[in-house]
Write a protein that binds this ligand. Structure first.
Ligand SMILES: NC(=O)c1ccc[n+]([C@@H]2O[C@H](COP(=O)([O-])OP(=O)(O)OC[C@H]3O[C@@H](n4cnc5c(N)ncnc54)[C@H](OP(=O)(O)O)[C@@H]3O)[C@@H](O)[C@H]2O)c1
Length: 281
């Protein structure tokens, strides 16, 4: 019984691979560039691109379950190839943003909605994981922290109940290894709402170095973000920060309901990723 994990170089995919191997499952990792995927020794890899349907039959051969990254352009090809390969249970990495007000005006929500709808209309058993803000988003601060110890960002009191990728992976592993998760959608978040200022303090503690958050205007921040994404992405991010400025973000109960444990805090994530924020050399 082989489980295919797509998006092999992604943070969530890596955590899912570790979780499945820890649970004794056989894993095949698909990536557009498998040589660059950092994986445990001996893991089977396959070159596959969700946007290129010709690459999918080989990746899906003999597979009973799939961890799928959302790709709206590739989903028709994925569904056709997966149905032909015996309709594996497909666990989609979706987003909580498609459950929010105004989701119809949010391009990220819409992209994931296209994929969810196509899977719902397919012959594949499906489960949707709908996480909110990822803790890995704060890796965008790593270059500034490594270089100067100062992060320049707007809305220091903006909240996020940021989720550790290992928590998403825990839920993915359960949906693959326990019965009863087909046809379900799980909203996921971290266990507490923390501000950007508090996240910087967690990172200071994790790396043993005093860090500073210097407030800048949204327009100043926009200029520094251009290498992280297009205008749509930057508009969404600024709107999001403004929306949660001084306002705690609700915490979703699904992680604790499904695992019986509290999810990993942002402070834990900062310790787990301390090396990403340490000066090089
Ligand atoms: N960020 C958030 O707050 C958030 C919240 C909810 C949902 N999501 C969703 O989660 C997904 C992103 O998950 P993630 O954080 O695990 O993704 P990620 O780490 O940013 O990686 C995304 C994908 O990009 C490819 N990739 C990784 N490194 C690359 C590189 N150096 N060059 C080119 N391509 C590279 C990988 O696929 P290959 O190995 O195949 O190239 C990987 O699956 C998206 O669908 C997003 O909408 C995000």
């Amino acid at each position: 019984m082989t489980i295919l994990v797509t998006g092999g170089r992604g943070h969530v995919a890596r955590a899912v691979v570790d979780g499945l191997l820890g649970a004794g499952e056989r894993v095949r990792v698909a990536s557009r560039d498998p040589e660059k995927a950092v994986l445990p020794d001996g893991v089977e890899t396959v070159r596959a691109d969700l946007s290129d349907p010709d690459t999918l039959p080989a990746a899906l051969a003999g597979v009973t379950k799939v961890f799928l990254y959302a790709d709206a352009k590739g989903v028709d090809g994925f569904v056709a190839a997966a149905e032909a390969a015996g309709a594996p249970h497909t666990v989609l990495l979706s987003t909580s943003s498609l459950t929010r007000e105004n989701a119809e005006n949010n391009p990220i929500a819409q992209m994931h909605a296209v994929v969810e709808n196509r899977l719902r209309d397919s012959a594949l058993p499906w489960t949707f994981l709908r996480p909110g803000t990822f803790a890995t988003n704060t890796l965008q601060w790593a270059p500034a922290i490594r270089a100067t110890g100062t992060v320049r960002a707007p809305y220091p009191q903006a909240h996020a109940s940021a989720i550790h990728e290992a928590d998403i992976a825990d839920i993915a592993v359960r949906t693959f290894t326990e019965p009863g998760h087909e046809g379900k959608a799980y909203l996921l978040s971290g266990p507490e709402s923390v501000t950007q200022q508090e996240q910087i303090e967690c990172l200071s503690e994790a790396i043993g170095r005093k860090l500073r958050l210097e407030e800048v205007t949204p327009e100043e921040y926009r200029a520094t973000l251009s290498r992280w994404g297009g205008n749509d992405f930057i508009d969404q991010l600024l709107e999001y920060l403004a929306m949660w400025d001084g306002k705690p973000m609700p915490v979703c109960p699904a992680y604790t309901e499904l695992t019986g444990r509290r999810g990993r805090t942002y402070a834990q994530w900062a310790f787990d990723h301390a090396a990403d924020f340490q000066p090089v050399g």
